[in-house]
Design a protein around this ligand. Structure first.
Ligand code: NAI
Ligand code: MG
Length: 393
C-alpha cells in the first residue's frame, strides 16, 4: 500500500537523529514515500511562525509524522532573534509541538519505558543481603496531551470577569485580600470526553499488549474534581475490560514507589502534567533521554517523536555523539501504529542485541560527560550505533 510519511527534523540534534531512524526503517524494508516538512526555530526567525501552515497541510493530507526535536527559547530571546523586518508586527512565539497537539487534537500521548537487558543505565536496587538486583521495567505511560495544567488557560492579573467568577467560590477568600495585579492563575480543566479517550486508549493498549493493570496516577484525595473524574472514568472503562485491573497511585507516592518496585507497574495513565512527570521518572529507570520514545495520537493524525529536545550544546559536534535510539524507537512505535508489527519487532530485537552486546555505545550509555572528547574516550558516534543496529537487522 502506498503510504507517505511526513518527516519533520526540526532543530539541532532532531536533524541528526531523524536521519538515523530513516536509515533503520530503510534497512528493515519499510519503504514509504517521504515528504519533508518545515518546523522549528529557523521558521520562527524567518517567517514569524515555527509551525508553518504548509506543514499542517502536509500532516492533514498524510496523517503520519516523524518528528525530531525543536528549539524553544524564552519570550525575550524569541523576540530578539526574530528577523528585523518581522519585528513589532505582532508575531508571538509558541511551541510548534504543542501547536501540533492542539491543531490535530493529538490527545493521547504514549510513552513506553521498557528496559533493555544489559543497558548500564538501567535502574538497580540494593537487596537485603547487600547485593544488587536489576528489576526489569516494562511500563507504558498514557499522558493526556491537550488539557489540564498545560493547556495554557492562565493569567497574571486576570480579567475582571475571571476574577469575579473565582470570587464566587468560597475558597477564594484567601486571595480576595489581594489586588488582581498581584495574582497569577493557572487552571486545570478536564473534560469527560478527553478523559474517556485517554482511559479507553490505556485499557485497550493494556489488553492488546498483555499488561495486567492500568494504574491511574493522579491525586484524587486532594484534586477531588479533576483527578476524581479520572478515577470515576477509569472505574467505568475498566468494566469494559474485566481482565485488566484498575489500580490507583497518587503522583507523589508513585515517585517514591517507582524506585522501590517499578516492575509491578504496567500501563500508567495520568493527566497532562502528572503524565509528564511520571513518564520522565520511569524513563530515568530505563536509560533516560537517549531511550525515551513517544507517540502523540489523534483520530486523523499521529506524530512520533523522541521526548528529548534539540540538545543545542551538541548540535555542532561532527561526528555527532547523541544516542539515536530514542528516535529509532519512536519510528518503531509508528510501525506498530500502522500495523507493521513484524518490522517493529525486528528493529526492537536489533536494538536489544546492540545494547546487550555493549560494544557500540554512545557517551550516555558509557556514563561519560558528553562533549567533543567523548569519541576519543571510547564512545561510539551516533552513526556507529545506527550502523550496529542495521548490521543486526
Ligand atoms: P534536551 O533534551 O535537548 O537536552 C538535555 C540533555 O539531555 C542534553 O544536553 C544531553 O545531555 C541529553 N540528551 C538529550 N538527548 C540526548 C540523546 N539523544 N542522546 C544523549 N543525550 C541526550 O533538553 P534541554 O537542553 O532542556 O533543551 C534544549 C532545547 O530543546 C530547548 O530549546 C528546549 O525548549 C527544546 N526541547 C524540545 C523538545 C521537543 O522538541 N519535543 C523537548 C524538550 C526540550
Ligand atoms: Mg517532560
Amino acid at each position: 500500500m502506498a503510504r507517505t510519511v511526513v518527516t519533520m527534523p526540526g532543530d539541532g540534534i532532531g536533524k541528526v537523529v531523524l536521519e538515523e531512524a530513516l536509515r533503520v526503517l530503510e534497512a528493515v524494508g519499510f519503504d514509504p514515500d517521504y515528504v519533508h516538512a518545515d518546523i522549528g526555530w529557523e521558521y520562527w526567525i524567518n517567517e514569524g511562525n515555527p509551525l508553518p501552515q504548509r506543514t499542517i497541510d502536509l500532516l492533514r493530507e498524510h496523517g503520519l509524522g516523524l518528528f525530531g526535536a525543536i528549539t524553544s527559547k524564552p519570550k525575550w530571546d524569541a523576540d530578539a532573534e526574530l528577523s528585523p523586518e518581522l519585528k513589532d508586527k505582532g508575531f508571538v512565539y509558541f511551541s510548534p509541538i504543542v501547536g501540533l497537539r492542539q491543531v490535530f487534537n493529538l490527545d493521547v500521548c504514549i510513552r513506553p519505558c521498557i528496559s533493555f537487558a544489559g543497558n548500564p543505565l538501567n535502574f538497580i536496587r540494593r537487596t537485603a543481603d547487600g547485593g544488587f538486583e536489576e528489576p526489569p521495567v516494562n511500563v507504558a505511560v498514557f499522558r493526556q496531551n491537550t488539557e489540564g495544567l498545560y493547556a495554557g488557560l492562565e493569567w497574571t492579573d486576570p480579567p475582571q470577569n475571571v476574577y469575579d467568577a473565582l470570587a464566587t467560590h468560597p475558597k477564594f477568600k484567601n486571595w480576595s485580600q489581594y489586588e488582581k495585579s498581584e495574582l497569577a492563575i493557572s487552571t486545570r480543566v478536564f473534560s469527560r470526553t478527553a478523559t474517556r479517550r485517554i482511559m479507553k486508549a490505556a485499557f485497550q493498549y493494556a489488553e492488546k499488549h498483555g499488561y495486567k493493570s492500568v494504574t491511574v496516577c493522579e491525586k484524587a484525595n486532594v484534586l477531588r474534581e479533576t483527578s476524581g473524574m479520572m478515577e470515576m472514568v477509569a472505574q467505568e472503562v475498566q468494566k469494559e475490560h474485566p481482565s485488566i485491573q484498575h489500580w490507583s497511585a497518587n503522583i507523589d507516592a508513585m515517585m517514591m514507589w517507582l524506585t522501590k518496585n517499578p516492575e509491578d507497574y504496567g500501563v500508567v495513565v495520568a493527566g497532562n502534567m502528572f503524565g509528564d512527570i511520571v513518564s520522565d521518572a520511569f524513563a530515568g529507570l530505563v536509560g533516560g533521554l537517549g531511550f525515551a520514545c513517544s507517540a502523540n495520537i489523534g483520530d486523523e493524525v499521529a506524530v512520533f517523536e523522541p521526548t528529548h529536545g534539540s540538545a543545542p550544546k551538541y548540535e555542532e559536534l561532527d561526528p555527532p555523539i547523541v544516542n539515536p535510539i530514542a528516535m529509532i524507537l519512536s519510528a518503531v512505535m509508528m510501525l506498530d501504529h500502522i500495523g507493521e508489527m513484524e518490522m517493529a519487532q525486528r528493529i526492537r530485537k536489533a536494538v536489544a542485541a546492540v545494547v546487550a552486546e555493549g560494544n557500540v555505545r554512545t557517551y550516555d550509555m558509557m556514563k561519560m560527560p558528553g562533549g567533543p572528547n567523548a569519541i576519543e574516550q571510547g564512545a561510539a558516534t551516533t552513526f556507529q550505533v545506527t550502523d550496529a543496529i542495521i548490521a543486526k537487522l
